[in-house]
Design a binder for this molecule. Structure first.
Ligand code: ZN
Length: 141
């Protein structure tokens, strides 16, 4: 079992085209994918940056966690996502070390991933997502 890489950095933005365009210019590319995750009340927009990604997060509902984050902080880096080869084993390992999970049962995230979030109070106030690809062959290309 292992943590493979920083899969993506999640950045919360106010929902407007200007904010997407900032990243188009910054990264000199357009997003390869945009996807709404209904269960989280969020629209995600992905840029590939080397072997990692930047995930822009916009709230689609006023009660979503991203809406609350934007209300409190205005926007900015929201979470770091670590790709693991076995979510089940990493959850066990981290729980045995005392880390707390927000959702111990993996759920379906954006971009064909199964995900869990660690509670920031057990990770020095950094929201950490663990993700495992559900399409391993496609991702290895
Ligand atoms: Zn994420």
């Amino acid at each position: 079992m292992a943590i493979l890489k920083i899969e993506h950095i999640g950045i919360a933005i106010q929902p407007n085209q200007e904010n997407i365009e900032i990243f188009n210019k910054l990264l000199s590319q357009t997003p390869y994918k945009a996807e709404i995750v209904e269960s989280e009340g969020v629209k995600t927009t992905f840029f590939q940056v080397g072997e990692s990604k930047i995930e822009l997060l916009e709230a689609t509902q006023s009660q979503s966690p991203i809406a609350k984050f934007l209300e409190k902080r205005g926007g900015g880096i929201h979470h770091i996502a670590l790709e693991v080869d076995s979510l089940e084993q990493e959850i066990q390992r981290l729980q045995s070390l005392g880390f707390e999970l927000i959702n111990p049962e993996p759920k379906k995230g954006a971009d064909n991933k199964l995900i869990v979030f660690l509670h920031p109070k057990s990770t020095a106030n950094v929201l950490v997502e663990l993700c495992q690809s559900t399409t391993p062959l496609e991702n290895k290309k």
